[in-house]
Design a protein around this ligand. Structure first.
Ligand SMILES: *Cc1c(COP(=O)(O)O)cnc(C)c1O
Length: 384
């Protein structure tokens, strides 16, 4: 038999219902501490929590099921859950650097990740150079002898810029540099960066993985050895763990991840195709469309696209852009994305090569009926 596929991992991997009275959904181990039968077992307990739980900062059985699923979905040796995507991102970056090191990062990376690099790490004497990420040569030119980490996010979450993961990872690996990739957009389903040679994958699980706009969580996934060090240091010592109830909610979200993403993909593409030929639309940024500048790399390393993209109006002034967003009926105005509900926000967009941004609209296409969403957008465009 073949090893279990994505959907089957979401449903069955790491589940042991018969250990828990046959409960089809695992219990929430809402416990800070775990007790031992005698002093001998207590003093010889495995502090890593791998074989015996002792304290929920080192490990928790509910959270462990989730971590094992994420590792299997991304094709990694191990995964660690964190209390947010930013806790995962900061832990992953810190695990790869020490004082005086240098980082190369794509300039379309998630804003708070950039703030961590620009405003926090300089305290440790760690500096960052940004690159557009269009060619491997750009990364190579930005690397110095002190470069220890290359940070990627592919596709990025405003203009959906794509990097050639295999090529960048190979270049980095030949120089002993750790590559980290934010894979939140693809939610482990449309792309597995570890399979392209990337060393660590980070996720905002808040988005598609959990999928119900009711939990904030994050993950780091990598090979077993790297993850063991990361868990012992940035995991256990910085202590940004995921609470067991939030882990349980995320497990519940994962059950339907593949079916949700298929619908996000088809609805997102249907909307993008409508917008692509709409007379009032100037540009559309969707890595699944032939017009996307990185379409060829996207096709090579991704099996599909999720429900998030952005577009610009002709004469896309601030006033017209805000007006369109405000007219939408089914799209809420709010940060985050990847939930069951559709969202639309006005954003400043620019390609890496451009200095000045333009107003655009980022959509996270939800699980409403796609015809309702298309009609909503068409009506708002007609009035704009
Ligand atoms: C939201 C987001 C994050 C941060 O995740 P949190 O769970 O909010 O901490 C990281 N990367 C991307 C691309 C995001 O959209």
């Amino acid at each position: 038999m073949n090893p279990p596929r994505f959907e089957t991992i979401c449903v069955h991997h790491a589940e042991e219902p018969l250990r828990y009275e046959g409960a089809a959904s695992p219990p929430i181990f809402q416990a800070s501490t775990f007790l031992f039968p005698d002093s001998q077992e207590f003093v010889t307990r495995d502090r890593s929590g791998a074989t015996r739980y002792d304290y929920s900062r080192t490990g928790n059985p509910t959270t462990r099921i989730l971590e094992e699923k994420l590792a299997a979905l991304e094709g990694g040796g191990a995964a660690r859950a964190f209390g947010s995507g930013m806790a995962a991102i900061s832990a992953a970056i810190l695990s790869g650097v020490q004082a005086g090191d240098h980082i190369v990062c794509i300039d379309t990376a998630y804003g708070p990740a950039r703030q961590f690099l620009d405003h926090y790490l300089p305290r440790l004497g760690i500096t960052t150079t940004y690159v557009g990420g269009i060619s491997v040569a750009e990364f190579e030119q930005a690397c110095r002898p002190q470069t220890r980490v290359i940070y990627l996010e592919s596709p990025s979450s405003l203009i959906f810029a794509v990097q050639d993961l295999a090529a960048v990872a190979a270049m980095a690996s030949s120089r002993g540099i750790t590559t980290i990739c934010d894979n939140s957009y693809s939610a482990a389903y449309f792309q597995q960066p570890l399979r392209h040679g990337v060393n660590l994958v980070v996720h905002s699980g808040t988005k598609y993985l959990a999928g119900h706009s009711d939990v904030v969580c994050g993950f780091v996934v990598g090979d077993a050895e790297r993850m063991q060090r990361l868990v012992a240091h940035e995991g256990v010592l910085l202590g940004g763990i995921l609470d067991p109830f939030a882990a349980w909610l995320t497990l519940r979200g994962l059950r339907t991840l593949a079916v949700r993403l298929e619908r996000h993909q088809s609805s997102g593409l249907a909307m993008a195709r409508m917008l692509e030929i709409h007379p009032k639309v100037a540009a559309i940024h969707h890595p699944g469309l032939a017009t996307h500048p990185d379409r060829e790399i996207a096709r090579r390393q991704m099996s599909g696209t999720s429900g998030m993209f952005s577009f610009e109006l002709k004469e896309g002034t601030r006033e017209r852009t805000f007006g369109l967003v405000d007219r939408l009926k089914y799209f809420g105005i709010g940060v985050s994305w990847g939930g069951f509900e559709s969202l639309a926000i006005p954003v400043r967009l620019h390609r890496p090569s451009e200095r000045e941004g333009r107003w655009g609209i980022r959509l996270s296409v939800g699980l409403e009926h796609p015809d309702d969403l298309i009609e909503d957008l068409q009506a708002a465009l007609a009035a704009s």
